[in-house]
Design a protein around this ligand. Structure first.
Ligand code: NAD
Ligand code: GLY
Length: 383
């Protein structure tokens, strides 16, 4: 059994809103995650980044009409050539053909090794842009400008990049760290409420695995977060990034500790794949998956019923589903189990789960199919 704990982290004082920066320590690849309002259109956010030469902004056809002009204008004062490529929106486009469009844009514009890519969008754009940056001319720099809450608290931080394969999500990719992450809280105002809730799942996740004081705080501020109150959003993004930065700084390539960031994801991936990608958003599946993982932790005697109910209630208050979907009427449990066996954490077909080993601590361990089956059955009918 691999037990992973983080050193206790002091709670962060909640000051009136001021822009903040969280650093991620990876030696000469260290970088800052900047968090603020009206950030990405502010020239100061780019201090210290490469100037001159080519920049390519990668976005999609939902985000580009909203924010691309502002980013292009700011970058035009820093780079001689600012190019853009607008991809079709959606997880289904996170694949080779769409990635090729980024390489086409880079080569058609005569971009070189000094080119900086800017990912302007949610996790899909960020993961693809990062992967393109990892591959183009064997590696160029990129900056993340995440525009969803999920991307600000999770996907833009930590250097996991990639695309999907028809046989598995995120199965082709590379670790490639950005030069900087610019989390502009104002862009969250145009985000659909369902996407905001999906991002909240990844915020909530950090509590049970690393910081119950943060979980208490989210419970107290969940309505402020759903109401897009800027000071609350700032604190949630900052604390999430601090925890993720600590984890990634000590286990960049997921040899152990980093796996705890996948709390709720093993059940969640089964839900996403079983329903067909897009039916539930990733964060919705993760939210429900966290309730299931908390329940599995309780079955193993690691937490009590009251803890499971706290997780369930907070996920529900975040606007996320808490009753697991039936994936196959005649063969539901086996369908879940077979989907979970292709999880990246599985080893030799054995499913390993991130569990809560006492509130605020995570453990990664295999669990027998009969216990998992019991949790699946209960989760598909328990409200
Ligand atoms: P997404 O990128 O599909 O964005 C969700 C939707 O919101 C899209 O339609 C997008 O166009 C739209 N959108 C984005 N910003 C907007 C804005 N400000 N206003 C209005 N609409 C906006 O989804 P996501 O939830 O951001 O990211 C999910 C992806 O992230 C998945 O592919 C997942 O695999 C990946 N991911 C990666 C990591 C990692 O560590 N690299 C971690 C978690 C998730
Ligand atoms: N989202 C999980 C990770 O970055 O490791």
């Amino acid at each position: 059994m691999a037990r992973h704990t983080l050193e206790p982290m002091p709670p962060v004082a909640i000051a009136p809103f001021v822009p903040v920066s969280v650093s991620i320590d990876l030696g000469d690849r260290s970088y800052a995650i900047m968090i603020g309002a009206d950030l990405f259109a502010d020239a100061a956010s780019y201090d210290g980044l490469p100037r001159g030469g080519h920049a390519l902004i990668v976005s999609n056809d939902t985000v580009a009409p909203l924010y691309l002009d502002d980013l292009r204008q700011t970058l035009q004062s820093r780079h001689r050539h600012v190019h853009t490529v607008v991809l079709p929106d959606g997880e289904t486009h996170k694949e080779w053909g769409t990635l090729q469009r980024i390489f086409d844009a880079l080569l058609n514009a005569g971009c070189d090794r000094k080119t900086v890519l800017y990912a302007l969008g949610g996790g899909v754009v960020g993961d693809m842009t990062g992967f393109a940056a990892a591959c183009f001319m064997r590696g160029v720099s990129f900056v993340q400008v995440p525009t969803t809450l999920l991307a600000q608290v999770d996907s833009s931080v930590g250097g996991k990049t990639g695309i999907n394969h028809p046989l598995g999500k995120n199965m082709v990719g590379a670790f490639h760290q950005p030069l900087r992450v610019l989390c502009d809280l104002n862009v969250l105002r145009s985000l659909p409420a369902r996407e905001l809730s999906a991002g909240l799942a990844e915020v909530i996740k950090y509590g049970p695995i690393a910081d119950m004081a943060f979980f208490d705080w989210i419970e107290a501020h969940i309505d402020d977060l759903r109401g897009l109150e800027v000071a609350a959003l700032s604190h949630a993004v900052q604390r999430s990034c601090e925890i993720k930065a600590l984890v990634v700084s000590s286990d960049e390539r997921e040899a152990g500790l980093r796996a705890i960031l996948n709390f709720g994801h093993t059940f969640g991936h089964a839900i996403e794949a079983g329903l067909g990608y897009g039916a539930w958003l990733h964060g919705e599946a993760v939210g429900c998956g966290m309730v299931m993982a908390a329940r599995l932790s309780q079955v193993l005697g690691l937490v009590d019923d009251a803890f499971v109910e706290r997780v369930r209630r907070l996920v529900e208050r975040a606007g996320l589903p808490v009753v697991a979907p039936v994936l196959d009427v005649g063969n539901n449990v086996e369908r879940y189990l077979s989907l979970m066996r292709v999880d990246k954490k599985a080893e030799d077909g054995e499913i390993r789960f991130v569990l809560v080993d006492g509130p605020g601590k995570a453990v990664l361990r295999p669990v027998s199919d009969d216990l998992v089956a019991d949790v699946i059955e209960r989760s598909c009918r328990v409200a």
